[in-house]
Design a binder for this molecule. Structure first.
Ligand SMILES: NC(=O)c1ccc[n+]([C@@H]2O[C@H](COP(=O)([O-])OP(=O)(O)OC[C@H]3O[C@@H](n4cnc5c(N)ncnc54)[C@H](O)[C@@H]3O)[C@@H](O)[C@H]2O)c1
Length: 427
């Protein structure tokens, strides 16, 4: 048997508890969860018991948790604004760190964390999970093989399904920039990371436009109530919480015992129509989408130019039925398309037959970001226990997308003005 990497998790919510914790707990031949910290007592108890962590290692208070080093690896899975503080505390204690994205929306904090990580000599892997998916790996392999010649430009669309937009960015945790980060950071740092990964150069400048176009008070239908359960449009509005969390769970999802995003609105498992209904009757996820305190954009288009002359566009679209990314690469010898929602990758060389791959044929694990969540943790094990030195989503690589997002948001707020990225990177 190989080395067992011991793990502490701060923030046992949807990511720390459900996505990563449950997988790590299954991989007991490689990982052992030994300590948990969360301000939410119910979650501490739920995951403490599920993962078999002794009660003496359940911490409600960050100060007590950081009083000493408790394991080899620390997962920082709290909300956006806490990541840098907790990562720095972890590095000071000598932890290797798996850090949730976004790292920070403050360029100074990003530069400081890179410094801290370098000085500590520890591994900091950022959860840009898409880089570990079979689909993205295949696309990169095709591009690197030279199949489309020289890449000239990229056109990428992040299709945020209409109910995901309502769940996370109108009613949920990521609805207000000042409490979390702007949409281009919260949602699209993954996309910006992929674009610069494919292009293989640093971004020189960006221009971005977008707005909160639809989820505003003035678009609330006449006579609508501020809570779905009291609203006359509860059976007809596409954003009705009853339709999203109860009907969709029952019909499209097949009434599973546990599923995202239903497991975000209630801590009670197994999921039932009754506990979901109660959550929307009483909790924040039952609010009318036109009567929330949201301010993040629901549409945004960003244009980028890279230091090697390649250009790219990124559209974040919230008004779509099916999710997944569409990425189109334009090259000197052909085109390449990734259509995540349609489960396919298509290579169109200018001469010769087109080739097509089904994404689902490339892997037998498409759970959690197309299998990226699990493959990232597998890769992390190789790095911590088996001497693999290649951290694809190292802190140094990952801050690039964040500098691009900060520049894009500055541009958007200035009506699309061209903004250079270098000052954020080098100040
Ligand atoms: N990598 C990805 O693709 C991906 C996907 C979704 C979310 N995220 C990011 O993951 C992070 C967590 O998101 P989530 O959906 O799990 O949120 P969540 O709200 O479900 O979980 C966060 C947890 O942190 C806890 N917490 C808050 N303050 C704390 C403190 N001071 N000390 C200890 N615990 C504290 C909360 O009680 C909660 O349980 C966010 O930053 C989010 O942007 C990343």
């Amino acid at each position: 048997m190989g080395k067992i990497v011991t793990v502490s998790i701060i923030g046992v919510g949807a990511r720390g508890g459900e996505a990563y914790g449950r997988y790590l707990n299954k991989c007991r031949d490689r990982f052992r969860i030994v300590s948990l910290c969360d301000t939410n007592e119910e979650r501490l108890e739920k995951y403490g018991e599920t993962f078999g962590v002794p009660q003496a290692e359940w911490f409600k208070d960050e100060e007590e948790f950081f009083a000493k080093k408790r394991s080899d690896l620390l997962l920082v899975c709290t909300l956006d604004r806490m990541h840098v503080r907790m990562a720095k505390r972890g590095l000071a204690l000598g932890y290797d760190i798996l850090l949730e994205k976004p790292i920070s929306a403050d360029a100074k904090e990003l530069r400081e964390l890179v410094q801290c990580a370098r000085q500590s000599g520890r591994t900091v892997m950022v959860c840009h999970v898409l880089r570990y998916t079979a689909a993205i790996n295949k696309v990169k392999e095709i591009l690197d093989s030279g199949a489309i010649g020289k890449i000239v430009s990229i056109d990428q669309t992040e299709n945020v399904v209409f109910w995901h937009e309502a769940h996370s960015y109108v009613r949920g945790n990521w609805r207000r920039s000042e409490d979390t980060t702007p949409m281009i950071m919260a949602k699209c740092c993954h996309d910006l990371d992929l674009i610069q990964y494919f292009i293989g150069a640093k971004c020189r400048s960006v221009s971005s436009m977008g707005s909160l176009f639809y989820f505003r008070k003035e678009n609330q239908p006449k006579g609508a109530a501020d809570r779905c359960t009291e609203c006359k449009y509860v059976r007809t509005c596409p954003y009705s919480a009853e339709r999203i969390y109860v009907d969709m769970w029952k019909n499209e999802f097949g009434a599973p015992e546990n599923a995202w995003p239903m497991n975000v609105i209630t801590d009670e498992l197994p999921l039932t129509a009754e506990n979901l209904h109660k959550a929307i009757e009483e909790g924040p996820y039952g609010r009318c989408v036109f009567a929330c305190d949201n301010d993040v954009v629901d549409n945004q288009t960003t244009i980028m130019q890279f230091e090697n002359g390649i250009t790219a566009t990124l559209k974040m679209e919230a008004f779509v039925k099916n999710g997944g990314r569409d990425i189109r690469f334009f090259g000197s010898d052909g085109e390449l398309f990734l259509h995540e929602g349609e489960d396919r990758i298509v290579l169109k060389k200018y001469f010769g037959e087109d080739r097509e791959w089904k994404i689902s044929d490339l892997t037998d694990d498409l759970e959690g970001h197309g299998g990226g969540d699990h493959r990232m943790l597998d890769k992390l094990y190789e790095i911590l226990a088996e001497g693999n030195k290649n951290v694809d989503t190292s802190i140094e690589n990952s801050v690039e997308s964040h500098y691009m997002a900060i520049a894009a948001e500055e541009s958007r707020l200035a009506g699309g003005a061209l903004v250079d990225v270098a000052p954020y990177r080098n100040a």
